[in-house]
Write a protein that binds this ligand. Structure first.
Ligand code: PHE
Length: 340
């Protein structure tokens, strides 16, 4: 029995088969149990010797089964590892990563510049109240200045904001409540106007507003700030000039030109031969705007400026059609990955 059993165990190829062998040999109906039955026919002296022998065989076999089981299990594990092996030398597929939109690049560049000067970043809703977009910007209802910004109205009180000056008037109100001075905020965002889209007009575009309010703020502070902006964005050699202009919410108001970054001011097609490129509108915050927000214009004053993000992006990256920013042609957008 022993010899036959051990041979079978050694030849056994899988764990289930082994389990069957265990039942067969060591189970109640197995040959060993059968042999035990014959013990009763033996003499009292022979019985313990015989019993000892049978037990030895039993032990030997169950040990052999255990040992075989371990071998079989580790073989099985090896086979599994082998079959599930991953070939890490194979080339992977790189996920295609997106990159920042050119308008976002310009917005972030402006934000970074001004945050570096200690400004905070302010935001506001795109669906805005007439109150903040016009009234508080010193443009009352029925005032002809409203025609300068053809507006998408939602209803009599709400509209899609036409300029980031709406964020400015909200910020002013907030700071007046908290009575915190000076105010230094930069307010980027989307704005909307009823324009027919073409190469240089879009019914939706982006602006970035800057606002400083405190005591004794001067026009020369505005000029210094904008010179810093122009030189940071278009190169150290740039100069700027102020031209008188008109906005309801600033007095005096100026339009600001930067010397052409392409020809250096000599005259080229980009600056239409003038050497200058208009980049923003600005001025000293109108006393009415300060009063309506809750400040005393006799004690505080400030400057504000508004810059068109698309315009800056078109100049910086040499883009001739504003619609490129909004048609989401992936080939166009991908070219800006190198500016990140
Ligand atoms: N809000 C003006 C515009 O949309 C720009 C501007 C902002 C002018 C702040 C002066 C001061 O054109």
């Amino acid at each position: 029995i022993r010899k036959e059993g051990l041979e079978k165990i050694a030849a056994c190829k899988d764990v289930n088969e082994l389990q069957q062998l265990r039942v067969l040999y060591l189970g109640k109906k197995g040959p060993i149990q059968e042999v035990m039955k014959s013990m009763k026919d033996l003499s009292a002296e022979e019985r313990p010797i015989f019993g000892q022998k049978v037990n030895d065989v039993k032990k030997l076999m169950s040990e052999a089964i255990e040992a075989r089981k371990e071998v079989l299990e580790s073989e099985e594990m090896e086979r599994r590892i082998e079959s599930e092996k991953i070939d890490i030398t194979l080339d992977g597929q790189k996920p295609s990563l997106g990159n920042l939109h050119p308008l976002m690049l310009v917005q972030q560049e402006i934000e970074d510049l001004f945050v570096g000067l200690g400004y905070q970043v302010g935001e506001g809703p795109e669906v805005e109240l007439d109150l903040y977009n016009f009234e508080r910007a010193n443009i009352p209802k029925d005032h002809p200045a409203r025609d300068m910004q053809d507006t998408f109205y939602i209803n009599a009180e709400e509209l899609l904001r036409t300029h980031t000056t709406a964020i400015q008037t909200r910020q002013l109100e907030e700071f007046a409540k908290e009575d915190k001075l000076p105010i230094k905020v930069i307010c980027p965002g989307k704005v909307y106007r009823r324009d027919d889209d073409d190469a240089t007009h879009s019914h939706q575009f982006m602006q970035c507003e800057g606002l400083v309010v405190g005591e004794g703020i001067r026009l020369s502070d505005l000029k210094g700030t904008l010179l810093f902006l122009a030189q940071s964005m278009f190169g150290k050699e740039r100069t700027i000039r102020f031209r008188p202009s008109y906005f309801q919410f600033t007095e005096p108001s100026v339009e600001v030109d930067v010397s052409c970054h392409v020809c250096g001011g000599k005259g080229c097609p980009v600056c239409k031969g003038t050497g200058w490129i208009e980049i923003l509108g600005a001025g000293m915050v109108h006393p009415n705007v300060l009063t309506m927000a809750g400040f005393d214009p006799k004690k505080v004053n400030g400057f504000a400026f508004g810059i068109g993000i698309e315009r800056v992006a078109m100049l910086k990256y040499g883009i001739s059609d504003i619609r490129n920013f909004y048609t989401n042609d992936i080939r166009f957008l991908k070219t800006f990955s190198r500016f990140e």
